[in-house]
Design a protein around this ligand. Structure first.
Ligand SMILES: Nc1ncnc2c1ncn2[C@@H]1O[C@H](COP(=O)(O)OP(=O)(O)OP(=O)(O)O)[C@@H](O)[C@H]1O
Length: 575
């Protein structure tokens, strides 16, 4: 019931269109019901052995034309405005879903396949929109036509009507049964094509890996398998569809023949006139369409309802990282960052990545985090912008617990340069402006200059308006890094997190990136997740993480002196 209420709520902005749609759907159905009556008038009263009543024929033709205008005009409205209403509802739902999914935390996205989400956002919502539009409309059309025809048919002849309504339920059961089979076949088709799509996406996104391993044949074999499965499911789909449609046509012919046979008997007993039989046969055809619509409606209902349930399931997931009710705005940040007894685990079932972490970073301090792979350096840093929530302890910025401030204001003060730079397809300018939408060209170019990116950008055809291709494929690793640094320069945050690239850039571009990053870090509290120890010799403080938490802390020189973990790591890399 609750779910129905939520579904109906989406009609609210389109109430007028919905009522108009239902009104025109009823009008068109009534016009269809009136046609056989006109034919009846012509065959019964206008044409007789005494000749033709021309005046009546003309009157009927005019009425015919009028009904046609009413029917097609109404159909135009339902086809156009009704569908548009469905599409608008779908678009509203898609916006709600996208807005919601954007709010869900990293934890949710870590555990959800993007492809699945995309298919929900597209396929499910299309099914719902079909239901939103065709559901009420088809019900009204079918009711008006079936009830209307029934009343008219009974008025013409009760016995003949009984003949139809004895066969009709069997036909409905047949149609329902096969419509489910068709539906299942179509669902299977969809699943199989989704398999193919995700496989193509996977193979083509990794085309560089595929070609470098020369594994095209292996990919082709995988593709052949899913391609064959899709072909089989389509063949099966066509088979059940052929059975469904031909079976239905068979039933209709059978009803027609039964009516002709019973009608002929009734005529021979003077219980029926020939003109009445003709009218009757014409009404038969107006009955077939609503039956098909009803069957179609049950399908729409199943698909749409299942889709809507899934849609609501996602909307029901509460974002686990949100603003507290009385969250304050974090403004004028000096940049003191404190970890107080911080512990973290990914999900309540998993082990703690670390516990009892205490770090105080003073404004403007440059802190490097080192430690073996998987020890939790990235995780530690992702707690500062609250990408994940601490499991124990608190993190404070300038003495304020980050859980008590508005998420947006917190993230506005933090700049992140990730090892795997993500650039959006579009121009250089659009990508830099992502750091501060609405910034002037001058500010943007300044940021690029600070990031040592201006020169290479000017060398590209189109300069700042050069298109960088999907995810920036047309740029080198170092260029992408510098663009992401420019983006953060423009943002101008007080706190900085730099996840150093593990994949080595060549020495020259590395030193350019390093130089621009050091410029960016000036006067900002900076956390560097360091992989190459050569880059952090000048850090104010180096924190060495181990499985047991913070193992060592100090400057490069002090830690070397200490001859502990850091010294070991350093000698290993140096050698
Ligand atoms: N999204 C996630 N969900 C569950 N576990 C995760 C997730 N991300 C990381 N982990 C686990 O948490 C631990 C710490 O990972 P993290 O990436 O923080 O380490 P790291 O020190 O930055 O490693 P590296 O130097 O290799 O980048 C690892 O054991 C990792 O498997």
């Amino acid at each position: 019931m609750d779910i129905l209420k939520k579904f109906l709520a989406y009609y609210k902005p389109y109430k007028k269109v919905l009522f108009a749609d239902l009104f025109f759907a009823s009008l068109a159905s009534m016009a269809v019901l009136a046609y056989p009556m006109l034919v009846n008038q012509i065959t019964k009263n206008a044409i007789s052995e005494h000749g033709i009543d021309l005046a009546l024929v003309v009157k009927m033709i005019v009425l015919f034309l009028f009904l046609m205008v009413v029917e097609y005009g109404s159909n135009f409205y339902t086809d156009y405005c009704g569908h548009a209403m469905g599409a608008k509802i779908e678009s509203d739902m898609r916006s709600d879903l996208f807005r919601h999914v954007q709010k869900l935390s990293f934890q949710y996205h870590d555990n959800t396949r993007t492809g699945q989400l995309m298919s929900r956002i597209t396929t499910d919502l299309f099914d719902i929109s079909e239901l939103a539009h065709h559901g009420p409309e088809d019900t009204v059309i079918s009711l008006v036509r079936i009830v209307g025809s029934f009343i008219i048919l009974v008025n013409i002849n009760g016995m003949l009507t009984l003949t139809i309504f004895l066969i009709l339920p069997v036909m409905i059961v047949f149609a329902y049964h096969y419509s489910i089979k068709v539906k299942n076949a179509l669902k299977k088709n969809k699943e199989r094509i989704a398999d193919i799509n995700s496989q193509i996406e996977d193979s083509l996104s990794g085309i560089r890996v595929v070609q470098s391993f020369a594994n095209e044949e292996i990919e082709m074999d995988k593709f052949k398998g899913s391609n064959r499965r899709f072909l089989e499911s389509r063949k099966n789909g066509y088979k059940v569809e052929a059975l469904f449609f031909n079976g239905l046509t068979g039933f209709i012919s059978f009803i027609n023949i039964s009516v002709v046979v019973v009608g002929a008997l009734l005529i021979s007993y003077n219980q029926l006139q020939l003109t009445e039989l003709i009218t009757f046969l014409l009404y038969l055809n107006t009955l077939v369409d609503p039956v098909k619509r009803l069957v179609n409606f049950t399908q729409n209902l199943q698909n749409g309802a299942a889709g809507f349930e899934r849609f609501m399931e996602i909307l029901a997931i509460e974002p686990d990282i949100t603003d507290a009710q009385d969250a304050a705005t974090l403004s004028k940040v000096k940049g003191k960052v404190e970890f107080v007894d911080v512990g973290f685990q990914y999900g309540s079932e998993s082990n703690y990545v670390f516990r009892n972490i205490n770090i105080t970073a003073n404004p403007g301090e440059y802190i490097a985090l080192v430690g073996s792979s998987g020890v939790g350096k990235t995780t530690l840093c992702s707690l500062i912008p609250r990408f994940y929530e601490t499991s124990e302890g608190t993190i404070q910025i300038d003495g304020t617990d980050i859980k008590t401030v508005q998420l947006k204001s917190l993230r506005d003060h933090i700049g992140i340069v990730q090892q795997d730079v993500y650039l959006f397809s579009g121009t250089i300018k659009e990508n830099i402006l992502y750091g501060k939408p609405g910034a002037s060209d001058e500010e943007m170019i300044n940021a690029a200059k600070h990031a040592n990116a201006h020169e290479f950008i000017m060398g590209l055809p189109g300069g700042y308006n050069a298109n960088i291709g999907q995810r920036g494929v047309k740029l080198s690793g170092g260029q992408k890094q510098r663009l992401s640094i420019a983006r953060v320069f423009l943002k101008n945050p007080s706190i900085l997190i730099f996840d150093e690239a593990t994949s080595a850039l060549d020495n020259e571009s590395e030193s350019v990136v390093q130089e621009s990053f050091e410029k960016l870090a000036r006067n900002r509290t900076t956390f560097v997740i360091a992989h190459r120890l050569s880059t952090i010799k000048n850090a104010d403080r180096i924190i060495v993480l181990s499985e047991k938490g913070i193992a060592e802390e100090g400057t490069h020189a002090k830690l070397l002196e200490k001859k502990g973990i850091y010294e070991k790591l350093y000698t290993m890399q140096f050698n």
